[in-house]
Design a binder for this molecule. Structure first.
Ligand code: PLP
Length: 369
């Protein structure tokens, strides 16, 4: 049996009529930029997450750039973040001219370790930007309290965690600003690049809205530097329909994660399954385990028709460009250990029971269980 790593086709099949009709409406009215579906999607997304405002933007990367620009983060400033994430997390900090300061992760959910943040705060620190990795929120109550004591802003990089529950709230609404991505493979994806910014701060939202369109306050009246960061109306139309299925999809992802945990949890240290904090949930952007001899494990699974992927094989400060910028000196022992052992298994909402069972059986066989 061959299992794909991710298969978005069944999802489209389920929503085909509704999505096609929505796209056709946009084709008919012709407002491809800032059309009515954008406002509708923003209203739906803000209502779902529980924030006052939502701005639909061109990508998760642009969402974070716009948030940082609106907060006035730039040259001379430092932003504390994790060394264990997708490159964009640090890239956006560097792009606005600030310096990423990498703080090690904790060993349960592999998110920023609150206990290690304080030692990294300097007079130049302006923002703490945690990532809710693989879909599980970081320790936002503690991080927000720490930030408040030091007069810092917290931005959640929620690119992998849109809507994940945390103490009665949802990821994207846990900090002053939350940014997410609608890249097709993310928990809520559109049919191209896309992203969104969430906040309850109306003044900040106004500023971010202007930055999204070239710092424009009114037509051809530019009051600050901005970017071209709008989300196409067609992508918004897709999101409106896909959001309606999202809760069902997350329930499916949880069902699959539970089956994986039950099938592999008994393997102990040979296959360390994801550990969940009792006060939060995950939207399972990835189901990632830790194994020894990862290359052999991946090859043996591939031979059984089970593809894998590595999130992430090296730390951000160890990327060539950060070596060049002189940011690679430092020690992140937990992130290094996790990065050397992590491997993600197939996970998407429309996985069949047979596919899930085949992945579990294959992992157990490969590990000699
Ligand atoms: C995907 C991702 C991004 C970037 O999102 P894009 O929409 O691809 O620009 C940023 N941070 C994290 C943690 C991500 O996983």
């Amino acid at each position: 049996m061959q299992v794909p790593f991710l298969d978005l086709k069944p999802q489209y099949k389920a929503l085909e009529g509704a999505i096609n009709a929505r796209i056709q409406t946009v084709l008919n009215h012709g407002q491809f930029i800032l059309g009515p579906e954008m406002l509708e999607a923003e209203r739906d997304l803000a209502a779902y997450i529980g924030t006052k405002h939502c701005l639909a933007v061109s990508s998760g990367t642009d969402a974070s750039i716009i948030a940082l620009m609106a907060l006035g983060v730039g040259p001379g400033d430092e932003v504390i973040t994790t060394p264990f994430s997708f490159f964009a997390t640090a890239e956006v900090i560097s792009l606005v001219g600030a310096k990423p300061v990498f703080v090690d992760i904790e060993d349960t959910a592999y998110n920023l370790d609150v206990a290690k943040i304080e030692a990294a705060i300097t007079p130049r620190t302006k923002v703490i930007m945690p990532v809710s990795l693989y879909g599980q929120p970081a320790d936002y109550d503690e991080i927000n309290a720490l930030a408040e004591r030091h007069g810092l802003v917290v931005i959640e990089d929620a690119a992998q965690s849109f809507g994940a529950p945390y103490k009665g709230k949802k990821s994207c609404a846990l900090t002053r600003v939350g940014t997410t991505s609608f890249f097709p493979a993310k928990p809520l994806g559109c049919y191209g690049d896309g992203g969104a910014i969430f906040t309850n701060d109306s003044e900040l939202n106004k500023k971010m809205e202007m930055i999204r369109v070239h710092g424009q306050a009114s037509r051809y009246n530019h009051v600050m530097m901005g970017v071209n960061g709008r989300l196409d109306t067609i992508q918004c139309a897709v999101l409106i329909e896909k959001l309606k299925r999202f809760d069902w999809e997350i329930a499916q992802r949880n069902r699959i994660a539970t089956a994986y945990n039950e099938g592999m949890g008994s393997l102990g240290h040979r296959c360390v399954v994801p550990r969940m904090r009792a006060d939060r949930g995950s939207v399972w952007a990835q189901y990632t385990v830790l194994v020894d001899n990862r290359d052999q494990f991946a090859a043996d699974l591939k031979a059984r028709g089970v593809p894998t992927s590595i999130h992430y094989p090296s730390l951000l400060p160890h990327q060539p460009v950060y070596r060049e910028l002189g940011l690679s000196a430092g020690s992140w022992p937990v992130a290094e250990r996790v990065s050397a052992r992590c491997i993600s298994l197939p996970m998407w909402p429309d996985m069949t029971d047979e596919q899930v069972a085949h992945v579990v059986k294959s992992v157990r066989e490969v590990l000699g269980a």
